[in-house]
Write a protein that binds this ligand. Structure first.
Ligand code: PLP
Length: 374
């Protein structure tokens, strides 16, 4: 089917760019001598996960138990659920871990208590990782605190397999320039290596040290002491990563195809069918002030050329409407197509049921997106 016949809004995945992105992060992991365990929350696609494993990834990372169940059913038998365990899931998580390698994350005595109770009830020994805060201040124990050492000791002495410590430098998305990003990447590594040494000095074995966000893993120069990395967004990249300087627009694999659905003659307002339920309302790296609108529109996709926002700005989104402010030439007739580069590919992909897989202007496949919940 030609791209022009596709109903909109549609999520387009450029397979050649995807494959280049997957190969390039795997090469980086090999060069840095760490295992790559990609976060599949970005794509939620068994097809893409298979490609990642094909490139050399060792296991996957998921963000919900539902994702773990779906990917286990699709044949992936080594998963890390990289969210602090909600105690209410202890029973289901231990049950799934009986059938495969499922690695669980905790950062609280409450979650550990719930998991310990389930382990004792079933005789299982869940694999546990301790979540550490390396500066994002979202979740994780403060590695300098006595509570962190105490949690590690409780895991090591409990009915668990203590597999290691894990962090995610979410603060990398607030960096304002390349040197700042490099400093955050080095900090992510150094905090974890010295916390592991601290635990080892206290008699606790720490086999694994898992780190990684896309911005830090694209920037870091060495990873001595680290065992694995878990970037996810790198599979697609997006406008935010391009603004941060982590990639070029040419590396962005996912775009949204939309139709003009309303335009009054003489008006500079043009309405499309890509609203918030297509693009998501993520505004990306707002602190950099590089993009005002809700994504950017391609002037020429083949040349990866975006309209300057002075000519075309995605001014606002409502549920199913996108409002563009247009000062560029063009008929802007109802039925015209535009291609949009979204701020945040993970959230955009999560709005759709499938990828329309394309090579150039040709549609070559459709891959489902597993985006449900328990
Ligand atoms: C715990 C954890 N690990 C890894 C990642 C992947 O990071 P990125 O999306 O920057 O690739 C995320 C993303 O939110 C995360 O929360």
């Amino acid at each position: 089917m030609p791209l022009n016949d596709l109903t909109t809004p549609a999520l387009l995945l450029d397979v050649d760019i995807l494959d280049r992105n997957l190969a390039s992060m795997q090469e980086r992991a090999n060069h840095l001598r760490v295992a790559l365990r990609p976060h599949i929350k970005t794509h939620k696609s068994p097809e893409i996960a298979r490609r990642q494993i094909g490139h050399g990834a060792r296991g996957l990372t998921v963000s919900t138990l539902w994702e773990a169940q779906q990917f286990a059913a699709a044949g992936f038998d080594d998963l890390t659920w990289a969210l602090p365990l909600p105690p209410v899931y202890a029973r289901q998580a231990v049950a799934l871990a009986e059938r495969m390698t499922l690695r669980l994350l905790v950062d609280s005595p409450e979650a550990l208590d719930a998991l310990g109770a389930e382990a004792r009830r079933t005789g299982a020994r869940p694999r546990v990782w301790l979540k550490v805060d390396c500066g994002a201040h979202r979740a994780g124990v403060d590695p300098a605190s006595a509570a962190a050492l105490d949690m590690a000791r409780r895991i090591a002495d409990g009915p668990f397999v203590f597999e290691g410590i894990l962090t995610h430098a979410g603060q990398s998305y607030n960096a304002t320039n390349r040197p700042e990003l490099a400093a955050i990447a080095a900090h992510e590594r150094d905090v974890m290596v010295s916390f592991a040494e601290h635990l080892r000095g206290n008699g606790i074995a720490v086999p694994g040290i898992s780190i990684g966000s896309t911005p830090t893993m694209r920037t870091v120069d060495r990873l001595d002491g680290i065992t694995e990395i878990r970037p996810g967004n790198y599979a697609f990249f997006d406008l935010t990563q391009a603004e941060l300087g982590v990639c070029d627009v040419a590396n962005c694999a996912v775009t949204v195809l939309a139709s003009v659905i309303s335009h009054r003659s003489g008006s500079d307002i043009v309405i499309t069918d890509a609203g918030a339920l297509a693009l998501s309302e993520d505004r990306g790296a707002v602190h950099l002030g590089r993009t005002r609108g809700m994504g950017r529109v391609y002037r020429n996709y083949a040349e990866k050329d975006l309209f300057p926002e002075t000519e075309l700005e995605i001014r606002s989104l409502s549920q199913e409407h996108g409002t563009l402010s247009v000062h560029a030439d063009g008929p802007w007739r109802v039925g015209e197509r535009i291609r949009i580069l979204e701020h945040h590919s993970c959230l955009t992909a999560a709005q759709f049921d499938r990828y329309t897989v394309v090579r150039g202007e040709e549609i070559i496949d459709a891959w489902p997106i597993l985006r449900g919940r328990t």
